[in-house]
Design a protein around this ligand. Sequence first.
Ligand code: SAH
Length: 283
Amino acid sequence: MTDSISLPGQDWPVLEPGWVWLCGAGPGDPGLLTLHALNALRQADVIVYDALVDERILDWAPEAEKIYAGKRGGKPSAKQRDISLRLVELARDGRRVLRLKGGDPFVFGRGGEEAQTLIQHGVRVRIVPGISAGIGGLAYAGIPVTHRDVNQSVTFVTGHDQSGATPSSLDWAAISKGSQVIVIYMGIKHAEQIATALMAAGRDPEEPVAVVAGATTPTQKVLETRLGRMAEHIADTKLEPPAIICIGRAVLMRQVLDWQGQLSGVGPRDLDPLGRGRPAEQA
Ligand code: SAH
């Protein structure tokens, strides 16, 4: 199986013994892996991976030892410090280590902490970015995270702080004012508190919201709702993590850009959902 995936001819970096490559695996669909990550999979002799890494990607490295370092089935997650120290140990044993994380390792992924610990212990690292769920996952739902007619900025927010509680330290009023589009990671458990905080800060309860669960995977589900009803709708539809919440008018673009729906034969609902009133190319 591995033989069928070859890298285009150029000099690809060598994963040397004693090094750790910290790579993003993208949000799910194995096709969203970067070539650098694929190059790492082909050379690693040990892969330390998280819950959000699609198993099909691990199958591309049949020979490598796989070490699971995530949270699954309600079991407590491995402690971050233990994971980082395990990586140090593996590197010191002269292994070729691939640390594979969902999405992008530096976006709400603690990749910064892991890389710092490795470097503090004298371990050499390479960082390979990945496609983050808050951008690529939304694209699979037909939602452009920026659009000229909607937003000049986008805010990425985590719905959990280190203790797992709602990030009460976040200034929701500032986020609400400062960003037309808000993308929330790890937010569905706290959807109600988040919606309440945003509406208290002046966001319109009728503002469009999309919740994309299992984005880019075969079980991707998209809920379209409104800010004032999102928590209730999430509960009703029993959406499960991992899910991204996108708040803002960019969500309306899904009415024309739901390319996956179109693949399965559902035509666009509205060719001009933002009411531009002119073909996009004439702007
Ligand atoms: N580093 C990752 C984010 C890790 S935090 C990235 O860049 O994407 C974990 C959160 O990411 C999840 O709770 C969820 O909010 C989001 N997430 C990751 N994969 C996802 C997917 N396939 N679909 C929807 N959300 C996803």
